[in-house]
Ligand binder design. Sequence first.
Ligand code: SF4
Length: 310
Amino acid sequence: MATKVKKVYLASPRGFCAGVERAIKMVNLVLKKHKTPIYVRHQIVHNRHIISDFEKKGVIFVEDVNDIPDGSVAVFSAHGSPPNIHDQAKKKKLKIYDAVCPLVTKVHMEAKRYVKEGYYIFYIGHKNHAEAVGVMGEVPSKSIVLIDSIQTAEKIKPPQTDKLIILNQTTLSLDDVKEIVNHLKKRFPKLILPPSSDICFSTQNRQNAVKELAKKSKTILIIGSKTSSNSNRLKEVAKKYGAKSYLIDDKLEIKNSWFKKVQSVGITAGASAPDYLINDLVDFFKKKGAIIKELTIIKEHIHFPLPNNL
Ligand code: SF4
């Protein structure tokens, strides 16, 4: 494939976040500690390559805990699981390792705490996304409602308007959430937010890095799977900031036609995309003679500790 691309801007931070890094480390350690097969409930992280690499090592991915044989070893995904799933696992005597990201756990705790204090929760998130299901499952359904758009925010009729709080999925677009929050605040002046944002630092950093990329290049390649919420948000942010972007699983998906008149390309990756896929893509442009320039907006030094049982 011939390209005229002379410069590649590489966003930093990009790719793996602390929660994904921890979840993947956990599955590898569980594989070392126990005989295969081991089971993982839901995709451990939303990335096609990671899933198929683990399948080759003897991991079986299931959506329903009932598909796991009693007494087996199982890992729960980074997106978090509702309490009824933990109860089911207990009944089936599964040996569970929970790879839920600590920042998702924070939202689970907030949901429980605020409902106990009498609040009604507006949960901004994507319907049926594993993280949303996990958080919403923590509290009675009469005390929480899912808001997935401005349109829903316009129609929402809470049972009371004195004690309302907004929680949200960790991987949403900061700008979209702000818009929905502002809208809801106009309708419900007593509405409060938790003390610190639920949108996690890695999501914020990767979105801010894409905004910088969009200033440098109007074509942006995002490594990430279509099922990855935070990768899809990067695509939306790129669009909002005037760049055409392509969400690809790996370099094999790029097309000649994208680069016909393009001299510079921005590259980033969702929080569940492994480094080797990003490096492959960068190498592709390097081999064609492009200069690679890293655009660093912030350095991330956060690593989450592993659970005690590993
Ligand atoms: S994107 Fe954020 S919340 Fe999700 S796993 Fe990564 S660090 Fe945790």
